[in-house]
Design a protein around this ligand. Structure first.
Ligand code: PXG
Length: 460
């Protein structure tokens, strides 16, 4: 089937073409085929619109990425102007372009002190695979070639490449693909609601951090390259670590000479109320991974930032750094990212989640805790998880086959609010431009979806 520009295809034609030819990410193809995809046509501000004209408040900012909201003409203009002037040139053979150089410089300015050497890619997955290779290279240059093992956490999400999927701590992403690769290890996560078992959160945070030390001892510190973690685990269900967790992790990494890599793909660019999740948790990483909010999703671009410890060694390497992709530092994507960062700066969006609307968001979301389905509400910055449980007192979840989270998500979207379900945790990660009336709409629609779930599944 084909379509021409003159006569835009109808929604049904789009759905039919999609159904016949398009294999979607993370999808049971037969289920989607039975149901048909919702076709999103346009977006403005905090709202997306489908081909039925339905207006939906995007409580997930796309896929945790559209931080500056939709419809930013400045970003379209930045892409247009750059594409007219120089749509593409590479950064391989001792050439560069203004947007790539300027973006690297701008990132060095807004990153924590010393994180000033930047490697560009197109996706978070690619950047994490880049970091894995760069860490291996670093330890080779340091004369410690045996330091090659990575430790990350269950329910951590780091992408889908061979290395990044191996870092990811989700079985359903490993088993079908014969992953993880060797030299990738996982420890438990600081998910107090699920595993805290009556302990005080601070005490549990220390216990969870010390799982890292136990794993390092098991593998041998002289063989461990790095610990890899998101400041807050996003796709794993907005797992917010207890206050005690990160300082103990930092201490353990230092003590055992283990590099610390912060995956800021979700937490970066204002999501937690600062430029970086690392600032919110006072983490001093050796390397930072970023994507998503770097361009607010307007074009694909991602980056690794190396701190001095690793950056200086890599920089001084005598042989070539034999790594990079055709689109490393793509000029149009870099120009858009640069303009996006200017918007975030000018409008103070990097700290919006720490301001009055952020406070209001967290207060209002917290009011959902009284709902009979809700076992816990947790928030940090503009991130929230609403845990749905069968038994509030024991935190017992419903069996998977009740599809409680899935049902709530579907009802929520039908009701005009995008929430994401991770297991039975309902997730929110709205654009950083939301206002109080958006918060009111989110809470009202979320409550309706919760009520609807009770009714539809005939829950007590
Ligand atoms: N790190 C983190 C922390 C992420 O959240 C990636 C790396 C990989 O980025 P790319 O650009 O390769 O997708 C991510 C991506 C979800 C969902 O369902 C989350 C992500 C991607 C797709 C779906 O919550 N996070």
């Amino acid at each position: 089937m084909t379509s021409s520009k003159e006569t835009p295809p109808s929604a049904d034609t789009i759905r039919a073409m999609d159904d016949r030819h398009h294999l979607h990410p993370f999808t049971v193809f037969r289920e989607l085929s039975d149901k048909g995809a919702r076709v999103i046509e346009r977006a403005e501000g905090c709202y997306i619109y489908d081909t039925d004209g339905k207006r939906i408040l995007d409580g997930m900012a796309g896929l945790w990425c559209v931080n500056v909201g939709y419809g930013r003409e400045r970003l379209a203009r930045a892409a247009y102007e750059q594409m007219q002037k120089l749509p593409y040139y590479n950064t391989f053979f001792q050439t560069t372009t203004a947007p790539a150089a300027e973006l690297a410089g701008k990132l060095a300015e807004i990153l924590p002190d010393g994180m000033d050497r930047i490697i560009f890619n197109n996706s978070g997955s690619e950047t994490n695979d880049t970091i894995i290779k760069t860490v291996w290279y670093y330890w080779n240059l340091m004369g410690k070639p045996e330091k090659k093992h990575f430790i990350s956490r269950t329910l951590g999400y780091h992408g889908v490449g061979l290395g990044s999927a191996s870092l990811t701590g989700m079985k359903f992403m490993h088993t079908p693909f014969d992953l993880p690769l060797e030299r990738f290890h996982h420890i438990g996560n600081p998910y107090w609601f699920a595993s805290g078992e009556g302990r005080d959160p601070g005490e549990f945070g220390l216990i969870a951090a010390r799982w890292l030390e136990a794993k390092i001892k098991e593998i041998g510190a002289d063989r461990v390259a790095a610990f890899y973690a998101e400041p807050i685990q996003g796709a794993g269900g907005v797992i917010i670590p207890p206050e005690t967790y990160w300082s103990e992790i930092q201490r353990i990494c230092r003590k055992h000479d283990i590099l610390l890599v912060a995956d800021e793909v979700i937490c970066g660019f204002g999501r937690t109320g600062n430029w970086w999740g690392c600032e919110t948790y006072d983490i001093q990483p050796d390397i930072i991974a970023m994507a998503k909010g770097l361009s607010s999703g307007y074009l694909p671009i991602s980056a690794a930032a190396l701190g001095r410890r690793v950056g200086d060694v890599i920089w001084a390497g005598e042989s070539e750094y034999a790594h990079g992709v055709t689109y490393s530092g793509h000029p149009a994507a870099a120009a858009v990212a640069l303009e996006n960062i200017r918007i975030i700066e000018e409008e103070g969006l990097y700290s919006a989640a720490a301001g009055p609307v952020g406070t209001y968001f967290r207060e209002q979301i917290a009011t959902l805790a009284d709902h009979p389905l809700v076992g816990e509400v947790r928030t940090q910055g503009f991130l929230a998880a609403i845990e749905l449980v069968e038994d509030k007192a024991t935190r017992r979840p419903y069996p998977n086959d009740r599809k409680v989270g899935y049902t709530c998500r579907e009802l929520s979207i039908d009701g005009g609010l995008v929430m994401r379900a991770v297991r039975d945790a309902m997730i929110l990660s709205p654009p950083l431009i939301i206002e109080r009336h958006h918060v009111d709409e989110i809470v009202e629609k979320a409550r309706q979806a919760l009520d609807g779930t009770v009714e539809k599944l005939k829950l007590p």
